[in-house]
Ligand binder design. Structure first.
Ligand code: ITT
Length: 191
């Protein structure tokens, strides 16, 4: 089986993606002893997906992919967006991020939002991008405890429960990341 590195410091993401990629040996940041935080200084999620993938590709010469994702809320002009990890504070705290979203939407009737993922794959010195989007609504309060990040307050369109009330398999059938990963897998299978 061929090696490929999924560049992420987020163990929840790694677990989600490992379930979806079967034809490659998935290498993690910890397999490579990467302990430092990889800079995410671009102002788009697409730009940050490149920074993360390129960092490990340059350092180890491996085929790599990284995803950068964000929650974009219409009534907040697209916030938290590219700042999703550190919306409320500098230390990437999901509880504080959710509190701030709920507070900022307190008097809002428009709860429309979407999650978006960009994956940047660097393989054979080529760069490829794959995108996944899922639309939904922000709930009035936290619902469920599975998943991570903003999952407890995001209800996908067509569903009556949040991502955090779904099993991982259910979320993986419809999520932004799953959509992008499926495109990536289709591409990799032809390589
Ligand atoms: P890496 O950059 O190391 O991969 P990260 O946690 O910093 O991990 P991102 O920058 O891609 O991940 O994502 C920014 C934030 O967006 C993340 O910390 C979560 O709060 C949120 N997020 C991303 N995907 C999500 C998902 O599937 N469900 C809920 N929240 C998500």
């Amino acid at each position: 089986m061929r090696d490929i590195c999924f560049v992420t410091g987020n163990q929840n993401k790694f677990v989600e993606v490992k379930k979806l990629i079967k034809n490659f040996n998935l290498i993690s940041n910890s397999d490579l002893n990467i302990e430092e935080e990889i800079p995410e200084t671009e102002n788009t999620i697409k730009g940050n997906s490149f920074l993360k993938s390129n960092y490990v590709h340059k350092k180890f010469g491996l085929s790599c992919f990284a995803d950068d994702s964000g929650l974009f809320i219409k009534a907040l002009n697209g916030d938290p967006g590219v700042k999703s990890a550190r919306y409320a504070s500098d230390k990437s705290d999901s509880d504080l991020n959710i509190d701030l979203v709920l507070k900022n939407l307190e008097r809002e009737t428009n709860r429309d939002a979407f999650f978006e993922t960009y994956i940047c794959l660097i393989i054979n010195d080529e760069i490829h991008y794959f995108k996944g989007t899922i639309h939904g609504k922000i709930s009035k309060e936290r619902l469920g405890s599975a998943g991570f990040g903003y999952d407890p307050i995001f209800i996908p369109d067509g569903y009556k429960k949040s991502f955090a009330q779904m099993t991982l398999d259910e979320k993986n059938k419809i999520s932004h990341r799953a959509i992008a990963i499926k495109k990536l897998v289709k591409f990799l299978n032809k390589k």
